[in-house]
Design a protein around this ligand. Structure first.
Ligand code: ZN
Length: 159
């Protein structure tokens, strides 16, 4: 069954003005599982929809709580994904209503971090933080001693 998240009926939009729509919608239609994420709240939306030059525009914000897996420690954590400047323009194809499902889903997916980190918001310390940092130089062992020497030189100069 094709799920339609939000249909805007053009007749609802006042001439020369905009229609304010807001509410919550079950987050299933976002298909977050594709991105290895899980919604932990419904999607909240608040949009202003208007018509101009034969097209439809919508601006507003979207937010949903998602559970992601940290790339460093592999623990799951919850974070709020929000799109504060959602904006879209659509050409009108003669239909009486416009469906914003695709655009909303796309923007939420774009807001997903490519490399989720459980400490991204600074609320907690990722347990894998230290092993990550020290693993940095080990890639090219030849370069590492120079880094250490440079550090020593700087220290001496400062004294
Ligand atoms: Zn982590």
């Amino acid at each position: 069954m094709e799920r339609s998240f939000m249909k805007i009926h053009l007749r609802q939009i006042p001439q020369g003005g905009s229609l304010h729509v807001e509410g919550v919608e079950d987050a299933d239609f976002l298909e977050l599982e594709e991105a290895d994420a899980h919604a932990c709240s419904p999607l909240e939306y608040e949009l202003d929809v208007g018509l101009s030059g034969g097209g439809l525009f919508a601006t507003g914000r979207l937010s949903v709580c998602v559970r992601l897996r940290c790339v460093a420690c592999l623990d799951e954590f919850e974070t709020t994904l929000s799109v504060d400047r959602f904006a879209l323009q659509k050409e009108l194809d003669g239909r009486e209503s416009v469906d914003l499902t695709e655009e909303v889903r796309e923007d939420i997916h774009l807001a997903l971090p490519a490399h989720p980190r459980c400490d991204a918001e600074g609320k907690k310390t990722c347990p894998a933080r230290f092993s990550q940092a020290s693993g940095d130089a080990s890639q090219s062992p030849g370069d590492a001693p120079w880094g250490v020497l440079d550090g020593l030189k700087t220290e001496k100069r400062q004294k």
